[in-house]
Design a protein around this ligand. Structure first.
Ligand code: M6R
Length: 612
């Protein structure tokens, strides 16, 4: 939540900041701003709404003409203080010498604000962040780094911050992290700071991830990272293998659409290097301690949103292939129920971003209770990856659309691989069965492509249904989480009310909602519960409900009962969830675009939810 960018070097600073903010806009987009120090003179430009409006304001202001330029920018997802120009970051002190952009929450800000007001500071905004520049002002004694360090000593809460000052020669950025991510981008004669790697990709792929408690002092030709005791940390830059193009929309109208279409490639990348000769699964080097996985007696998976839906599918995969009991927890609830972590338990955190505060807190709780931690994560070097004993990267590439698409199907693929690895280690499946599953997984990218090639039909269906205001999604067994995911996609990007239920649950309440105004999306691939699901289709039909079925190709029976049928390739029941997800993503996408919604940046949402 909230995107931060900082730049120091010879480029036109406002251009770099605006470009970086555009690439981070998925993190928050209710207001934005930049502060620039140009030859010692501070300039602040802020705007409510999208970065385009800020860009226009900057164009009219033409803020820089000096040589070495330094600036910070921020795109906001409001927590304290409604979205307004006044509440937009960067915030300043009373004297206009110190500027701060902040991602996170200062939990004791009311106490600090009161103290600072008594000391004579004048506040201009409703935000928690504004205490920071005032604290820095009160501690400043000629050394910005020291003032930031002392200010942060007073603060309780989480933060990623960048600070600049017009004091001295104004040629440094001080950045600090406790919770929300920050990464230093290392250039030649220029350096960068950002909340996330996509902001840096056009300029550098050499990065240093800040860790909690660290402060970075960044100038145009050097950077230093210090720990909380002020000791220098000599961490070399690492090179990211994402390219700038990966974070561009290219020919697609939206990032979400691009990311839907990237799924065949993304899943190939998830599988790459993880399948050995004779179609065995070769994850053990990534799991670090194969003995722990071989001896595991219970698995606990935590996640939020789409990642939680992936966890639910993972339960089916792992229990059916590796015969280990799996519990699933909504990460935001996990630590508040004093969870029991038995010996020989393994805890898995699933998170695309690796930044979700609830998931990180649940993982921390599990770690404190002695669990071995595995994360299934997309962002290399993220907090979740760093706080885990082992990481299974999904390798989906940057996901910019706020609605998760390729992250989900690659999570399912990674979970399938993990289930097979566990089955191998625990010898719960014969080799030929493992090989059969591996061969099926190899076919998935082509099967997805086949569905994508028929997307015109799904677009037409979107047109037919875009004016309805309520939807039910039903699924059974391993496809119940896909019903949840389908409903989540539709509601978050089109603002249509949609609910996911187990098909068996319908009779216990939701059936009262069924009438001719209630389309029901039914996941009905041919599997062990197909007949039961067909029964539910009948129940909807006799109550005048409209059924849109997602079914296995060549299934004529369902097409006679359902009003509309979307076919997916004939596949093993354990593969169906991956395939059935694709039409639901496209359906939601087309409905949302037809309703004029901003699918990449739905209202009130942010890509990474870094506050609890
Ligand atoms: O980065 P994470 O996977 O931890 O994010 C979890 C959820 O915030 C995320 O999946 C959210 O539900 C998406 N908007 C769903 O499309």
């Amino acid at each position: 939540m909230c995107g931060i960018v900082g730049y120091i070097g010879n480029r036109e600073v406002s251009g770099v900041l605006v470009d970086g903010l555009k690439r981070l806009e998925y993190r928050g987009y209710d207001s934005c701003g930049v502060a620039i120090i140009d030859e010692g003179r501070p300039k602040v430009i802020r705007s409510v709404g999208r970065i385009g409006e800020l860009e226009e304001k900057i164009r009219l202001t033409n803020p820089t003409n000096g040589s070495v330029k330094c600036g910070i920018g921020h795109t906001r997802w409001a927590t304290h203080g409604r979205p307004s120009e006044t509440n937009s970051h960067p915030h300043r002190d009373c004297t206009g010498r110190f500027y701060v952009a902040h991602n996170g929450i200062i939990e004791n800000y009311l106490y600090l604000k009161h103290r600072l007001v008594v000391e004579g500071h004048v506040f201009a905004t409703e935000t928690d962040t504004e205490v920071l520049p005032h604290l820095i002002e009160s501690y400043y004694d000629g050394d910005l780094e020291e003032a930031v360090r002392r200010a942060l000593g007073d603060v309780e809460g989480v933060y990623g911050i960048v600070v600049i000052s017009s004091e001295g020669d104004g040629r440094k950025i001080v950045a600090a992290r406790n919770g929300p991510p920050l990464v230093v981008g290392v250039g030649s004669g220029e350096n960068f700071v950002a909340s996330d790697v996509p902001a840096l990709l056009p300029y550098t792929r050499n990065v240093v991830f800040l860790q909690d408690g660290e402060i970075a002092i960044v100038s145009s030709d050097s950077f230093q990272i210090k720990n909380s005791q002020g000791e220098c940390m000599c961490r070399p830059a690492e090179t990211i293998n994402w390219t700038a193009e990966m974070a561009e929309k290219e020919r697609y109208a939206h990032f979400m659409l691009k990311e839907i279409y990237e799924q065949p490639r993304a899943i190939r990348d998830t599988l790459r290097g993880r399948i050995g000769e004779n179609d065995t699964v070769t994850l053990s080097s990534e799991l670090h301690n194969a003995a722990i996985f071989a001896g595991v007696e219970r698995l606990q998976i935590v996640g939020m949103g789409t990642s939680l839906n992936a966890a639910q599918v993972g339960k089916f995969l792992i229990e059916s292939l590796a015969r280990v009991p799996v519990d699933i927890d909504n990460a935001s609830e996990f630590r508040y129920r004093d969870p029991i972590i038995a010996p020989k338990s393994l805890v898995i955190g699933i998170t695309q971003s690796g930044e979700t505060a609830d998931t990180l807190a649940a993982m921390k709780e599990a770690r404190e209770k002695g669990a071995f931690l595995l994360s299934i994560c997309n962002v290399v070097g993220s907090q979740a990856a760093r706080q885990s004993d082992a990481v299974l990267y999904t390798h989906a590439g940057p996901e910019i659309g706020v609605a998760s698409t390729k992250a989900f199907t690659t999570q399912l693929t990674a979970l399938y691989l993990l289930a097979l690895e566990l089955a191998q280690l625990r010898q719960t499946l014969p080799a030929h069965e493992i090989q059969r599953h591996v061969r099926q997984l190899r076919e998935v990218p082509d099967q997805i492509q086949k569905i994508l090639d028929q997307s015109q039909g799904i677009a037409e269906l979107g047109e037919r249904f875009c004016r309805y205001s309520d939807f039910l999604y039903l699924g059974r067994g391993i496809n119940f989480p896909i019903a949840m995911e389908g409903a989540l996609k539709l509601k978050e990007i089109s603002y249509i009310h949609a609910e996911g239920y187990t098909a068996g649950e319908m009779k216990h309440g939701p059936i009262a909602l069924i009438d001719s105004e209630m389309p029901v999306v039914v996941l009905a691939p041919q599997d062990a519960v197909y007949r039961k699901t067909m029964g539910n289709v009948e129940e909807v039909k006799v109550r005048d409900g409209i059924v849109i079925a997602v079914a296995t190709e060549h299934d004529r029976e369902i097409s006679q009962k359902a009003d509309y049928t979307i076919y997916i390739p004939d596949a093993d029941p354990l593969v169906n969830p991956i395939l059935a997800t694709i039409p639901l993503q496209l359906f939601a996408y087309h409905i949302a675009t037809l309703r004029g919604c901003d699918v990449d940046k739905p209202r009130n949402l942010a890509k990474s939810v870094t506050v609890e």
